[in-house]
Design a protein around this ligand. Structure first.
Ligand SMILES: Nc1ncnc2c1ncn2[C@@H]1O[C@H](COP(=O)(O)OP(=O)(O)O)[C@@H](O)[C@H]1O
Ligand code: SF4
Ligand SMILES: [Mg+2]
Length: 377
């Protein structure tokens, strides 16, 4: 039997009032349902409305923004018409948000142990006598080394990745049922990003969380999420399973986002998406993506494509999604497509460089321990 949605956003439009008194929408008729056990990746370029939607799931709207129409429910609770104290209890309680750079917003003059204790005091049922053990347990859950030693440290004594793990530990203090993550690994190095993503994926699975993972990074989404929603200029343009969206995207914009990812096994540079998304204040007469779309025709410029629900389970906002195969043709090779060969006098050239990150398997660890026992104790 299908589960009922835990987070249920229906036909949500959010906007601001311009100086001339006009309502400018930044989200338009967006629908999003997340059940427990779902990890939904929300992708799109900067300004597409990802953060606004994630915050809306908590019933929060940034200063200046207001709900034009629609509904937001969390486990059947109307988040747009809930008493203030009850809303505060839900936020940071059953529903936790990890905003961008949350690791950097730890209180600088409080030790890690004190900060997590405070989160437990505010958001858990633990008695005060259980805080110390609770702190160690949370630090262990986010796989920080030496949890006991860490409790006495200040945030500046931790790396960016460790700070981010502490922020995640604090969000877990309330034993949340839903986790909203807004670009949680931005600013971290790739190896640390990979560790944090692995941690989040495992936490979501072990705790059967409803998870919304906002990112402009499709690679991150692929590692963590089972479903994907692509947004463009405040609208949903594509939804589907992670496999469907990331392996065979049915929308030209999602196709362009994927094509712009650098691939180590291809000599050519990725194809950057030309142009920019329209600003919320710009008048759009047809498809918002038309000015950047290689499949656009007259209809696209004059009519707004509806979000079509396909038999495959995907939903796509495009008149010509059945022609998406045309975009798969490889561009002709240009000097740009082989940057190393293009400039023979270059001072530095790299060819066939491959860098990868992978979690060492047991075999790898066994070999390293045998060769360098001191390093791998
Ligand atoms: N408080 C605000 N007042 C007016 N416009 C806003 C406000 N916050 C965001 N916006 C606009 O809403 C759009 C979506 O913003 P946001 O949700 O932050 O996008 P994303 O997270 O995808 O980068 C952007 O065009 C942004 O400029
Ligand atoms: S509706 Fe037209 S312009 Fe919009 S994405 Fe589809 S083909 Fe491109
Ligand atoms: Mg954002």
């Amino acid at each position: 039997m299908p589960q009922s949605p835990f987070i249920d956003i229906k036909d949500l439009s959010v906007g601001y009032t311009s100086r001339s008194g006009k309502t400018i929408p930044v989200l338009r008729d967006v629908n999003l349902s997340i059940t427990r056990g779902d990890s939904i990746g929300l992708v799109g370029e900067s300004g597409s409305g990802k953060s606004t939607l994630a915050l809306a799931a908590m019933g929060y709207f940034k200063r200046g923004l207001h709900v034009i129409s629609g509904q937001v429910q969390f486990d059947g609770i109307d988040m747009l018409d809930i008493e203030r104290n009850a809303l505060q209890r839900l936020r940071g309680g059953r529903l936790a948000l990890i905003p961008q750079n949350s690791g950097q917003s730890l209180t600088p003059n409080l030790r890690i142990g004190q900060q997590i204790s405070e989160a437990l005091r505010l958001h858990s049922d633990l008695p005060a006598t259980g805080f110390d053990a609770g702190v160690i347990d949370l630090l262990s859950q986010v796989r920080l080394p030496d949890p006991v030693g860490l409790t006495d440290r200040y945030p500046h004594e931790l790396s960016g990745g460790q700070q981010q793990r502490v922020a995640i530990a604090m969000a877990l203090a309330s034993n949340p049922e839903a986790l909203l993550l807004d670009e949680p690994t931005t600013g971290l190095d790739v190896t640390t990003q990979a560790h944090i993503m692995e941690l989040l994926r495992d936490l979501a699975k072990d705790r059967n969380l409803a998870m919304l993972y906002v990112s402009h990074d499709l690679g991150a989404i692929a590692r963590v999420c089972n479903k994907v929603m692509v947004m463009y200029a405040g609208e949903t343009v594509l939804t589907g399973s992670a496999k469907q969206v990331l392996l065979s995207p049915r929308h030209p914009y999602a196709h362009g986002l994927l094509a712009s990812i650098p691939r180590l096994n291809e000599a050519s540079l990725p194809q950057a998406l030309d142009g920019r998304p329209p600003m919320p204040s710009e008048t759009i007469t047809g498809c918002a993506f038309a000015d950047r779309c290689k499949l656009a025709d007259q209809t696209c410029h004059s009519s707004l494509p509806p979000l079509d629900h396909l038999d495959s389970g995907e939903a796509v906002r495009c008149f010509h999604h059945d022609q998406i195969g045309q975009l798969n043709r490889k561009p002709e090779k240009s000097a740009r497509s082989n940057p190393v060969a293009a400039d023979k006098d270059s001072a530095l050239s790299l060819a066939n460089l491959a860098v990868s990150y992978s979690r060492p398997g047991l075999l790898f660890k066994a070999v390293c321990t045998a060769r360098h026992p001191a390093k791998h104790r």
